[in-house]
Unconditional design. Structure first.
Length: 367
């Protein structure tokens, strides 16, 4: 049994981490302490699971009595809280973005190595069933060489909370961005480091200064990796499929609830000879390919509607993430989610921010 302390009981700390661990992992994880500056949030944990409560994360870490800290604080507190916990001898699971800069992450990793403790970045989106299926299809080779990957993240959502300020490390790049970039880098591959082009904008109507739309392109100048395009936007009134992927033998399209892909086998395709003259009768090359069609659907639960259907996929990713956390901390397994992967994400994120210096309207973080 791993004794857990959770720092932060907000949008991630409570519904994701606290919720999943109390509902699905009571035999592996015991929540023994929570910290949040809002008393009603900590009181809830005290009543439901008998957790000790604190108004700040530092006091909770100093008090000890746990094995693993889940850092679900706002991003500006990720580095200091994680470093304090590691230095105090605790393993840490840290929410995304794990740090604001590569330099901060290096300090966190250095402390983890010095303390002999695990630092595990939260990447609960990667193990979702639909993304595992995408990787399976691409790795099978049926689509041929992967040429283009397009992914879309967001909806139409106006925001006026703390995440609209750069001083809080808010914005699209710091919020869904780490998930989107993680996917992009996995599909780009590890054969080379990507070149990055990014356009970020802020159109917040309430005075926020953080980005709310980002277009990111990863490309390989040697053309050995696919072109990967990621759009993160709060202005998607009509949400497209999460993924559209083009290959030399076919393509794939879909989202968390279902995927479709079609392809042909080269040996079954009509044999053609390259023309060495002008076209005859003004005709274009035309053929009928022997397309094969396949699909995958997330197993449906009858008690879930359309929104719940997507949540089912999301929560399955959280469960698979914590399966690995338990195996790493308790059984000595290799981590599936590593600091090295997070460093690649932050390198992309830093380059995006470097290319797009947005005006700062408020330079002090929310207290």
């Amino acid at each position: 049994m791993i004794r857990v302390a959770i720092a932060g009981q907000g949008r991630s700390g409570h519904p994701i981490h606290y919720g999943v661990l109390t509902n699905r992992f009571r035999e592996k994880f015991e929540i023994v302490a929570v910290a949040d500056q809002i008393e009603s949030r900590t009181r809830e944990a005290a009543t439901e699971v008998g957790a000790r409560t604190y108004s700040d994360y530092s006091s909770m870490i100093n008090a000890g009595g746990f094995d693993l800290l889940i850092n679900a604080l706002p991003p500006i507190h990720h580095a200091p809280a994680t470093i304090q916990a590691l230095a105090s001898g605790f393993h840490v699971v840290c929410e995304k973005p794990i740090a604001a800069t590569v330099a901060d992450l290096d300090l966190m990793e250095k402390e983890a190595i010095s303390a002999g403790r695990h630092l595990i970045p939260v990447q609960n989106n990667r193990p979702q069933p639909f993304f595992r299926k995408i990787r399976e299809v691409l790795n099978s080779g049926v689509l041929g060489k992967t040429l283009l990957v397009q992914s879309y993240w967001g909806s139409f959502r106006r925001r006026w909370d703390w995440q609209v300020f750069q001083a809080n490390h808010g914005g699209a790049m710091f919020n869904p961005g780490p998930h989107a970039i993680d996917h992009a880098l996995i599909l780009f591959g590890e054969q080379s480091e990507p070149d990055v082009f990014c356009r970020m904008d802020c159109n917040n109507p309430f005075g926020g200064d953080a980005d709310d739309q980002c277009l990111i392109t990863l490309f390989d100048k040697q053309r050995k990796a696919p072109l990967v395009e990621v759009l993160i936007s709060q202005y998607l009134a009509y949400s497209p499929n999460r993924y559209n992927i083009c290959g030399t033998h076919g393509g794939l399209s879909g989202d968390e609830t279902g995927l479709n892909w079609r392809y042909f086998l080269p040996e079954e395709a009509p044999k053609q000879t390259l023309w060495d003259r002008w076209s005859v009768d003004r005709a274009y090359p035309d053929e009928t390919l022997p397309w094969r069609e396949e699909s995958w659907s997330l197993p449906k639960r009858e008690d879930m509607g359309a929104v719940g259907y997507t949540i089912q996929s999301f929560l399955s990713g959280v469960k698979l993430f914590y399966d690995n956390v338990y195996d790493v901390v308790e059984c000595g397994a290799d981590p599936e989610f590593t600091v090295a992967q997070s460093r690649r994400q932050l390198q992309v994120l830093e380059e995006c921010l470097r290319q797009n210096p947005l005006p700062i309207k408020r330079d002090t973080p929310t207290k």
